[in-house]
Ligand binder design. Structure first.
Ligand code: UDP
Ligand code: MN
Length: 312
């Protein structure tokens, strides 16, 4: 073997030994890492991740959402004095962030629950991402009744299976929760329902047209005893009178009026506390288009307005 061939063979041997060592070392390393990961690592890792996710979810649910409770109101002072502290306490106990708004109708037209809810929606703080339309005389007595952020856009708390008085399937009155987006999609409620009744049934049709799915409480075992309805029918008479062509006009879906074109002025706003519980009072003067809805007038005004040619 010549000298240069000998050097070449030597170099080749060193190379083979070097490559061999590298391969062995790498294999050992891979094996070590694998062994280690096969033993303790995945258990702790997965466990930790799950715990973190759960924590993150539960904090966002309570922190992120806030409910504006819109209470359409006129002349129900005793009920309000019970409602504010009771609901504040009830919701705090279940960790539901909320702000109570009392939408007080101070004009002299007949009561208009739906229009007041529209005003409440427009005037309530944008820090609230969902609303509750809430009668002042209806409160849950079963603590299992929840006021969640509606996953489907709408959650009917006072469901017909639980409301003490109204048991028909399409009933959506009493207490109804909506996300701001869902309420906007229906253009809110109709402004044409002066006097008692039907505005909630019309709103049911509005929601159906938007294909909103209504969720309701499940697993409540207290039936018609779930809520307390603080309503003395002699003291708090329902204004069920029908004037002019009111009955025919309000039988159909109103495609014209809603939250986007309601006319009103704010008389004043006041913050109050009742037995330590806070609420915002919004005093509202509603506007009525006498040509479109002459039935907004109380009957005692009919003669004078007729004489002036303002109503038929
Ligand atoms: N309401 C009011 N003053 C009135 C009429 C109605 O404050 O003169 C409000 C109040 O929040 C009430 C809701 O509208 O709970 C529904 O009216 P009501 O109780 O007369 O209807 P019900 O559901 O009992 O048939
Ligand atoms: Mn009532």
């Amino acid at each position: 073997m010549s000298a240069w061939i000998q050097t070449l063979v030597k170099r080749k041997r060193t190379k083979i030994v070097f490559v061999g060592l590298t391969v062995t070392f790498s294999l050992a390393l891979i094996l070590m890492v694998k062994l280690q990961s096969d033993t303790e690592q995945p258990v702790t890792k997965t466990h930790k991740v799950i715990i973190r996710t759960e924590n993150a979810e539960s904090t966002t649910v309570t922190e992120r959402h806030k409910m504006a409770i819109l209470v359409p109101f006129r002349d129900r002072f005793e009920e309000l004095l019970e409602f504010v502290p009771y609901m504040h306490d009830f919701l705090n106990k279940q960790g539901t962030a909320h702000q109570i708004y009392v939408i007080n109708q101070v004009d002299d037209y007949r009561f208009n629950r739906a229009a007041l809810i529209n005003v409440g929606f427009l005037e309530s703080g944008k820090d609230c991402d969902y609303i509750a339309m809430h009668d002042v005389d209806l409160v849950p007595v079963n603590p299992a009744i929840a006021y969640p952020y509606p996953r489907t856009g709408v959650y009917h708390v006072a469901s017909p299976d639980l409301h003490p008085l109204y048991h028909y399937k399409k009933f959506v009155g009493g207490i109804l929760l909506l996300t701001r987006d869902a309420f906007t999609s229906t253009n809110g409620m109709s402004n044409r329902y002066w006097g008692w009744g039907l505005e909630d049934d019309e709103f049911y049709v509005r929601m159906r047209r938007q294909m909103l799915e209504i969720e309701r409480p499940s697993g409540i075992t207290t039936g018609y005893e779930t809520f307390r309805h603080i309503h003395n029918r002699k003291k708090r008479r329902r204004d069920t009178a029908k004037h002019f062509n009111q009955t025919q006009e309000l039988r159909h879906l109103d495609k014209k009026t809603g939250a986007s074109n309601i006319k009103y002025t704010i008389d004043s706003k006041t913050d109050i506390t009742v037995a330590g519980a806070p609420a915002k009072i919004i005093n509202v003067v509603l506007d009525c288009d006498l040509k479109d809805t002459p039935w907004c007038l109380k009957p005692e005004y009919h003669t004078v307005y007729k004489a002036k040619g303002l109503i038929p």
